[in-house]
Ligand binder design. Structure first.
Ligand code: GDP
Ligand code: IMO
Ligand code: MG
Length: 426
């Protein structure tokens, strides 16, 4: 059975965790393919909320094998803390498999993330300060340490020695920061963390291919989103990996023909954390209302998310870049009680109307959104289970999205709970 990809279509926090959990009901493997613990994926089951950073959102089922793919950057201490948290809450994490090719986040990555953000001053990206960018930079520079290095003390020490020297020179001379201690890092990673991580390390590429060959359902769970993608996002206000569907192949070791379904997740409005352009951003009262009603604060960082109306220009672009086969709209319930709802269907810039995301970044910073205004609805949607339970205005809103994005909407989220969704058109 070819794989299914779950991908964010906006700037993150669309509800990928909830949808991954929902679809994982029928999956054997659930694989995270990029990012690290900059992600925060929430799943709510029977009123109990789980906020996951690294472990795939399929972990709550006993029939799934959660896998951390080669494209992920792993802080082993965070991974173990997450396993412990889940175990304490009765979730079995013993099936977890971590790719030996995944790269490690090291203490100097945090330090460099903070230092570069500080140095950027008012141009700071607003990163999660989890060392993500510096870890991927080392991967590209071919000086990263990988999960498999934890299995070989000699190699680990050799590599670490070279890198710590380089990082300490940069930290001291460029950023005027204190040096990192080689022995402390080596001791923590090799003696504290490696013994517990070692049994989780596996050949995830073979595992995934064997599952596909056996006709099992495999899901690839993206973190972050299309417009945080290093290549396709609003650079430099992006993350340092490829959350887009192509990244799912690279980050797991499968080819494009092994993917048959790509589910794009879009919030019924848009939020963004951190800096960067956001054409439909709402600064005033309406924005506050969205933040309040949608509880728009970071899952792990607690940062307030910037709110705005849905932008189907972006959604159309995301549909192309990811070759979306369908879209799941989340948080439609949050839009109840607005007199009218708006959808950005184009932009105006320099007296011209455009219906594409401008390829020149500085143009995107200057665009004015062109809205289509639709009537709102006041019904409480949280108990809806079928399309017929949705008021006409809500159905029209969803149809408007489908029309502009050119992709069918299949799932509609009407609350945070696992069971709070509607299969649209059914
Ligand atoms: P992710 O990073 O894409 O997995 O999304 P997050 O978990 O960071 O943020 C989404 C938030 O919205 C979480 O608090 C979810 O519990 C919540 N959520 C997901 N779907 C729905 C929905 O349909 N309605 C409501 N009200 N909340 C939802
Ligand atoms: P999930 O998977 C929302 C944002 C940060 C910052 C930029 C770069 O929960 O949707 P980084 O730490 O990655 O170098 O930060 O990316 N960012 C996210 N925003 N949801 C996320 O993950 C994010 N992961 C990173 O706020 O603007
Ligand atoms: Mg999140």
């Amino acid at each position: 059975m070819p794989a299914t990809v779950v991908v964010g279509t906006q700037w993150g926090d669309e509800g990928k965790g909830k949808l991954t959990d929902l679809l994982a009901k029928d999956m054997r493997l659930v694989v995270r393919y990029q990012g690290g613990h900059n992600a925060g994926h929430t799943i709510v089951v029977d009123g109990e909320s789980f906020a996951l950073q690294l472990i795939p959102s399929g972990v709550l089922y006993s029939h799934t094998v959660p896998v951390i793919g080669n494209g992920v950057v792993v802080d082993p201490a965070v991974l173990l803390a997450e396993c412990d948290m889940l175990e304490q809450r009765g979730v079995d994490t013993s099936r977890l498999v971590v790719s030996g090719n995944a790269h490690l986040i090291m203490p100097y990555h945090y330090e460099l993330d903070r230092a570069t953000e500080r140095a950027l001053g008012k141009n700071a990206l607003g990163t999660t300060k989890r060392g993500i960018g510096p870890a991927y930079a080392d991967k590209a520079a071919r000086i990263g340490l990988r999960v498999q290095d934890l299995l070989d003390e000699k190699i680990f020490r050799e590599k670490l020695d070279i890198v710590v020297r380089e990082k300490n020179a940069i930290l001291a001379k460029v950023y005027n920061r204190l040096a990192m201690d080689f022995d402390e890092i080596a001791d923590q990673y090799l003696n504290e963390l490696a013994p517990r991580i070692a049994p989780m390390i596996g050949d995830t590429v073979s595992l995934i291919h064997e599952a596909l060959e056996d006709g099992e359902n495999v899901m690839l769970e993206g973190a972050q989103a299309t417009f945080l993608d290093l290549d396709h996002g609003t650079y430099p206000f992006v993350t340092s990996s490829n959350p887009t569907a192509g990244g799912a192949c690279v980050g797991t070791g499968i080819g494009p023909r092994d993917v048959s379904r790509v589910v794009g997740i879009a919030k019924a409005y848009v939020t963004r954390v951190g800096s960067g352009p956001f054409p439909t951003e709402l600064d005033g009262e309406l924005g506050e209302l969205l933040v309040d009603k949608g509880h728009e604060y970071g899952t792990n960082t607690g940062r307030r998310r910037r709110p705005g109306w849905l932008d189907v220009v972006m959604l159309r672009q995301a549909a192309r870049i990811n070759s979306l086969s369908e879209i799941a709209i989340t948080k439609l319930d949050v839009l109840s009680d607005f007199d009218e709802v708006k959808v950005c269907v184009g932009y105006e810039v320099d007296g011209e109307r455009i219906t594409r995301v401008p390829y020149h970044q500085s143009v995107l910073h200057r665009v004015t959104p062109v809205y289509e205004t639709l009537p709102g609805w006041s019904d409480d949607l949280s108990g809806a289970t079928t399309t017929a339970d949705l008021p006409k205005s809500a159905r029209d809103y969803l149809r408007c999205i489908e029309e502009h994005a050119g992709v069918p909407v299949t799932y509609v989220g009407v609350g945070p709970g696992r069971e709070q969704f509607v299969q649209f058109h059914q």
